[in-house]
Design a protein around this ligand. Structure first.
Ligand code: HEC
Length: 99
């Protein structure tokens, strides 16, 4: 019965459209970082090292406070940049970063 198979198409299509469309209206955190900070910071390593250890709230507060007095070439995506740094500073503190 081909009709029952075809009935899935709208759902599959909707999911695919959603996946493909999402980057178009929302800049990814990586893109936001590159746009706002990448002009002066080729890498985020130095920045991530500077962010203190602590809970998400502590890191977010530090990042917001720091960025308030620091250049940002793309202020429109500041929220995404903050998310990027909060997320990456949670996982990036590997032993090798202290050397
Ligand atoms: C106009 C250039 C410029 C832009 C844009 C810029 N920075 Fe910086 N940033 C610097 C300079 C210069 C320093 C000091 C030198 C260094 O440590 O590399 C610095 C230092 C830092 C430091 C401290 C690093 C350390 O080792 O002391 C952090 C954290 C930082 N920047 C975060 C950011 C973030 C996040 C953004 C994007 C929102 C950003 N910067 C955008 C120029 C810039």
């Amino acid at each position: 019965m081909p009709q029952s198979c075809r009935s899935m198409d709208p759902i599959v299509t909707a999911v695919m459209v959603a996946l493909v469309a999402s980057p178009a209206h929302a800049v990814s955190p990586e893109e936001a970082f590159t746009a706002g900070c990448g002009g002066c910071h080729a890498s985020d390593a130095k920045i991530l090292r500077k962010i203190p250890d602590g809970s998400e709230a502590v890191r977010r507060a530090w990042i917001l406070n720091f960025m308030a007095g620091h250049p940002n070439e793309r202020d429109a995506v500041k929220a995404e940049i903050v998310e990027y740094l909060v997320a990456k500073s949670a996982t990036s503190k590997s032993w090798w970063q202290f050397w």
